[in-house]
Design a protein around this ligand. Structure first.
Ligand code: SF4
Length: 414
């Protein structure tokens, strides 16, 4: 390993980190070094942002400290028994790389995770040290997301939150039985305990910050987690249920879903095929429905089939509306905001534009068309002064009419 150049190690450890979806730089406090000493900013001026369609942020330096690992999670390319090339950075090297990428304006911050070397505590100490060097020695004010290790000492996990904008602990699998089978060294209880302590630390720090201006920050962008989709038999209903419980119990900012991808030398207990990527996309859409559209988890699951799986050909909001056609059409001039949010094709922005516009005049179908992106999609579910879809919502082929064409699905399947 000594003979590997920094560039070679960067290639290995950036590639090894790509399986982790749980990075996004949204939601942290605004901070920059303008007019003060120090370096960095979380505001992103002059920094190139790139987001994948599911919201993954790709403008962070996203690396592992090391891909050596003493654990043997079956789904992970870095597991102990995997035959991959290994590499390791020192905390100082991670800090130097972050600063040099930052100065070149390639990134807006750092996403740092790691395989477990020697012990969970030892690994956690190294992750913290990289963040400490950046924050204390270089006054780095850019974004830092640290992956924490639930098996590590709680005091170490706490220290990570003092340096990081966001911390995350991956629940990995949607069910405890899946975790036991595929990640035998991990423990669902330990993971949730660590999330619970982090939630308390975040709440305490934000309380203190309200009272004392100089109170230490603790993960101001909150905590997030990731679930792997399709590596075990968990259904979409299991996944939606788990996500909703995590949001409710631990105040998570985000749950990320990552479609399992088969890895070289895969363990025999894993499926041979990856799940369709569109499944991951549908889960993100259902997550969106719960967080921004007022759907309860049980309602999202009403959109699923008897097998607990969301349809792949249409989005969960449309699937729900087609199942509950008796709730439509809605009068666009009178319906409540929470009902309008249930109309397929109406996003939060469009609903707010409709509410603002109807304060001044009675809306016609043309008005709605101007305020929305797809009048064809919303038309069967709405009525206006000049439009009433008398039989449209009853048509047996409505689903086929509204489902995106196959070519469009390919966009997501790429
Ligand atoms: S702990 Fe498991 S998931 Fe994490 S790097 Fe090691 S083998 Fe991979």
């Amino acid at each position: 390993m000594e003979s590997q150049s920094i560039l070679e190690r960067l290639g290995i450890l950036a590639d090894a980190a790509k399986y982790d979806a749980s990075c996004a730089s949204s939601g942290t406090s605004s901070r920059n070094s303008l007019g003060s000493k120090g370096i960095g900013s979380t505001e992103g001026m002059g920094i190139c942002h790139a987001y994948a369609p599911d919201g993954r942020c790709i403008s962070l330096l996203k690396i592992l400290l090391t891909n050596h690992c003493v654990f043997d999670c079956h789904y992970c390319i870095n597991r102990k028994s995997s035959n991959v090339r290994r590499a390791r950075f020192t905390p100082q090297e991670v800090a130097d790389l972050t600063l040099s990428f930052y100065r070149r304006n390639y990134i807006e911050g750092l996403f740092l995770s790691s395989g477990i070397v020697k012990s969970s505590n030892r690994t956690m100490e190294q992750l913290i040290e990289a963040a400490r060097i950046l924050r204390e020695e270089h006054d780095f004010r850019g974004y830092i997301h640290l992956k924490t290790i639930p098996e590590a000492d709680p005091e170490l996990v706490h220290q990570a939150g003092l340096y990081a904008d966001r911390v995350s602990i991956n629940v990995e699998l949607p069910t405890d039985s899946g975790l036991t089978r595929l990640a035998p060294d991990k423990n669902a209880r330990q993971i949730e305990d660590a999330m619970g302590r982090t939630k308390d630390d975040i709440a305490e720090a934000s309380d203190a910050k309200r009272k004392f201006r100089h109170a230490p920050r603790f993960a101001p962008a909150g905590q997030s987690t990731q679930m792997i989709v399709g590596a075990d038999a968990a259904t979409d209903a299991d996944i939606v249920g788990k996500a909703s419980r995590l949001y409710g119990s631990f105040g998570l900012r985000r749950v990320y879903y990552s479609a399992f991808s088969p890895i070289p030398d895969a363990s025999a207990v894993l499926p041979l095929k990856r799940p369709p990527l569109i499944r991951e996309h549908r889960l993100y859409q259902s997550d969106w429905l719960m967080r921004f559209y007022g759907y309860k988890p049980a309602e999202v699951m009403e959109a699923a089939g008897a097998d607990g799986m969301l349809p792949l050909d249409i989005d969960p909001k449309l699937a729900w509306a087609l199942k509950f056609r008796d709730r439509f059409p809605l009068d666009v001039n009178r319906a409540a905001r929470e009902d309008l949010l249930r109309v397929p094709g109406l996003g939060v922005g469009a609903v707010d534009r409709i509410l603002a516009a109807r304060r001044h005049r009675t809306l016609r179908l043309d008005d709605v068309a101007r305020l929305t992106q797809s009048i064809a999609k919303v038309r069967p579910f709405l009525c206006t002064v000049d439009w009433r879809p008398t039989t449209l919502t009853d048509r047996a082929d409505l689903r086929a009419l509204l489902a995106p064409k196959q070519e469009q699905l390919e966009l997501f399947a790429a």
